[in-house]
Design a protein around this ligand. Structure first.
Ligand code: NAP
Length: 282
């Protein structure tokens, strides 16, 4: 008789992108795994475009429950998933997949959810319905933010992007509540805006600053920046100087990870200061 006890294999999940070294998701998920004493691993996987389809298809056979999908694969994953959630279809990209027992792949996009949860946690008084929103940028992240704000009941959404045509495409898709504003008139569109969001990469380390004046923002406005390196961007600093409520972008990254972790590891994790420190401290 063998005295070797058969142990349950660890639960596996990860993040697929190319390159992948910059991703903070492993820090976040492995923090949660340790904190909740779950026997599992979350692994960064670098897959170039040429290997993407075969790589994803091999993961369930290797024991993966699911993975996050990041740059440059979020749009291609939409076509590869067997079922996608409404919010992923609306955003036009997938960032979280789950391998189902019947062999199918379910695709979701949790960026908009992360955006809203971050606002709720860090600006509890904030309500999307309290007045117009101004969204700066019209890239992938903007699609998630626009879609989430509309779902939250925002009545008027002003959208400004350096390349106006890209903003117009979003407005055409999301309907009449979205009004395109010229990039060089964005400071005027701050007037009356109760929610102001930077979704451009401006203000990120190594990038130029976002030079939009917040002087005419209502005193009760909430300003948030998706850029989280640095944590307090010059844009957020300018809002804080005016006494506006500010919310940094790290919480969005942390909250967007919650639904995936819960699906793969069967435990709903918390976003708290300990997690923030673990993800910042690298
Ligand atoms: P993306 O699809 O490449 O879009 C980039 C956006 O930035 C576009 O609107 C682009 O305008 C604008 N932009 C870039 N350089 C500019 C410049 N010099 N002047 C004016 N506008 C400029 O990128 P993304 O995926 O949307 O990500 C945007 C930012 O959000 C990144 O910093 C990313 O790290 C951050 N992000 C954060 C989270 C989070 O969880 N906190 C989640 C997703 C993304 P054009 O259309 O004119 O090029």
């Amino acid at each position: 008789m063998s005295d070797v006890t058969e142990q349950k294999p660890p639960l596996l999940a990860g993040v697929v992108g190319h390159p992948i070294g910059h991703s903070r998701s492993p820090l976040m998920h492995n923090y949660w795994l340790k904190r909740y004493g779950i026997h599992g691993f979350y692994i960064p996987l670098s897959l170039p475009a040429a290997d993407f389809v075969a790589g994803i298809r091999s993961l369930p056979r290797l024991g993966f429950k699911g993975v996050n999908i990041t740059i440059p694969h979020k749009v291609s994953m939409l076509g590869l998933a067997d079922n996608v959630t409404d919010r992923a279809a609306l955003i036009g990209a997938v960032n979280t997949i789950t391998f189902k027992d019947d062999g199918s792949i379910r695709g979701d996009n949790t960026d908009g959810y992360g955006f809203i949860q971050n606002m709720r946690q860090n600006a509890p008084e904030w309500d999307a319905r309290s007045g117009p929103a101004l969204v700066l940028g019209a890239g992938g992240a903007a699609r998630a933010v626009v879609s989430a704000l509309l779902s939250e009941g925002v009545t008027e959404l002003r959208l400004a992007n350096r390349t106006r045509q890209r903003a117009q495409l979003l407005a055409d898709q999301f309907g009449a509540k979205v009004q395109v504003v010229d990039w060089n008139r964005a400071s005027d569109a701050v007037d009356g805006a109760m929610t102001i969001v930077n979704t451009t990469s401006l203000g990120m380390q190594g990038q130029p600053d976002l030079l939009i004046s917040l002087d005419s923002a209502p005193k009760a406005a909430t300003v948030t920046d998706l850029v989280y390196a640095p944590l307090i961007t010059p844009f957020l600093e300018s809002a804080a100087v005016l006494g506006l409520t500010i919310v940094d972008g790290l919480g969005m990254l942390l909250h967007q990870g919650v639904p995936g972790f819960e699906l793969w590891f069967d435990h709903r994790p918390e976003v708290d200061d300990g997690l923030r420190m673990a993800v910042l401290d690298r």
